[in-house]
Design a protein around this ligand. Structure first.
Ligand code: CP
Length: 316
């Protein structure tokens, strides 16, 4: 694997899962693989889990890890070519990226959708500039349209807890006070479709995701119907994708909050969320604190997904 940005980059999911469970069982077996190698983690946006788990994964492999918050202490970066740089951005990303590449062996990048241009977001302008100009393998730590390290961890978690070969997995939209990117739901859909689960997406009208990511999923606008018989409920908010509504909040309807009454419609489903989560907007206290809540094991598996991916890159 050269770069890791989407489900296709990991290849056969059964092979990847087998490897991930080996990593989970014996995390220090490859602790010399990354000797004298440096992992650089670049954050254009905030993080708790991705920052810590990816750093921990690199350390488990014997790498050095350097973290840079671009917005805290680095020069403000211009990202457009052709701009006369007489404003508040003293450095261009087209110099900054190759410079960063000089200081490391693998680069992780987090850069969310900006919601200024759907076209620019869905072309993954920042991530692709790193791939083009860093000269180093690039790992997406959540880009504008996908969050593959999260989705890989989600898949690992579902495989650990599933009680049937092909569980019914439901991705449900839930309300949130701010406009959030589609990266997590897009990516989750991509990985669930690739896994071949019985996969359902439920959301209010207007929140349709890019059909490329929806793929063969069943779309059900009635949340209660969608929950019936579910083995896993994966909650997430996202802003509108379709048409002129791109990046907008169309609803904050708390009738879509995941609560105990809706969970009772399921097949005693597990509750999942990538975190951070807004309690009593996305999910009620009692559901997230229930024995069926997998949010902590899911977050713990972020080390496993990151370590499996970085290990493969180093072995390449
Ligand atoms: N789930 C996730 O990526 O968490 P952070 O935004 O805290 O990294």
């Amino acid at each position: 694997m050269k770069h890791f940005t989407c489900v296709q980059d990991i290849g056969d999911l059964n092979v990847a899962l087998k490897e991930a469970f080996e990593v989970k069982k014996t995390p220090f077996r490859w602790d010399t693989l990354g000797k004298n190698k440096t992992m650089l983690l670049i954050f254009f946006d905030s993080s708790l889990r991705t920052r810590l788990s990816t750093q921990k994964a690199a350390l488990n492999l014997g790498m050095n890890a350097i973290v840079l918050d671009v917005n805290q202490g680095a020069w403000k970066l211009e990202t457009e070519r052709g701009v006369i740089m007489d404003g508040d951005k003293p450095e261009h990303i087209l110099e900054a990226i190759p410079v960063m590449g000089c200081y490391c062996d693998v680069i992780g990048v987090r850069s969310f959708a900006r919601f200024e241009s759907k076209d620019a977001d869905y072309r993954e302008v920042i991530l692709n500039q790193f791939i083009q100009h860093s000269g180093k393998p690039v790992v997406s730590m959540e880009a504008a349209t996908r969050h593959p390290l999260q989705s890989f961890a989600d898949l690992i978690t579902i495989e650990e807890y599933k009680k049937t070969a092909r569980p019914r997995v439901v991705l449900t939209w839930a309300p949130h006070p701010r406009a959030l990117p589609q990266a997590v739901p897009n990516s989750f859909a991509e990985w669930m479709n690739a896994a071949g689960y019985d996969f359902v997406i439920t959301h209010p009208a207007g929140y349709e995701l890019d059909p490329t990511f929806v793929g063969s999923a069943t779309v059900e606008y009635d949340q209660r119907k969608a929950f019936a018989g579910a083995d896993f409920i994966y909650a997430k908010n996202w802003a509108a994708y379709a048409g002129d509504g791109y990046g907008k909040i169309l609803s904050k309807d708390r009738a879509w909050t995941v609560d105990a009454e809706k969970m009772a419609l399921t097949n005693n489903a597990y509750f999942m969320h990538c975190l951070p989560v807004r309690r009593n907007m996305i999910v009620t206290d009692d559901v997230i604190e229930s024995p069926q809540s997998l949010v902590i094991p899911e977050a713990a598996n972020r080390v496993v997904s990151a370590q499996t991916v970085i290990k493969r890159i180093l072995e390449n």
